[in-house]
Design a protein around this ligand. Structure first.
Ligand code: FES
Length: 152
């Protein structure tokens, strides 16, 4: 199901952490990155890999917005809608990104490249309006940077 590199990443986390539960978040993030989703098949796989119950894995997976049960695009563009970003024009940026990508919030572009999300504070208020492209912070995001964001 996973590449050797991804499997090594999870095994390294398991070896470093004191328990399988402590390695679970690494496993979820790794599987999400590689499979673009953590659905029932992935839940069962992770549970088996770490020796946890599927219910535990699913419970943690559902807590995090970044872990999705359905496939995302190749990249996830997360626009912050927190108060700092809102005050710095995040709504306008979001509207422009929706138009540029041709998708609504939560949607994935027809070419499968981008899934667009609106998220709460990403912890980069000093870069408001901020965004994340996959695991990378970007900001401040303005109209003229939107196009560059989608040219990865
Ligand atoms: S409110 Fe947007 S990064 Fe904090």
């Amino acid at each position: 199901m996973l590449s050797k590199e991804a499997l090594r990443e999870i095994e390294a986390a398991r070896a470093e952490e004191e328990s399988a539960r402590h390695a679970l978040l690494t496993a979820l993030r790794t599987v999400q990155r590689e499979r673009r989703q953590v659905g029932p098949e992935e839940i069962a796989y992770i549970a088996d890999l770490l020796g946890l119950s599927p219910a535990v894995v699913q419970g943690v997976a559902r807590f995090y917005d970044q872990i999705t049960e359905t496939p995302t695009g190749q990249h996830v563009l997360s626009l912050c809608r927190g108060i700092s970003c809102y005050l710095c024009g995040a709504d306008d940026v979001a509207a422009e990104v929706r138009q540029l990508l041709g998708v609504e919030t939560g949607g994935t572009t027809a070419d499968g490249q981008f899934t667009l999300r609106l998220v709460e504070c990403v912890g980069a208020c000093d870069r408001a309006p901020a965004a994340m492209v996959d695991d990378r912070f970007v900001g401040p995001v303005q109209a003229d940077t939107i196009h560059a964001l989608t040219k990865l």
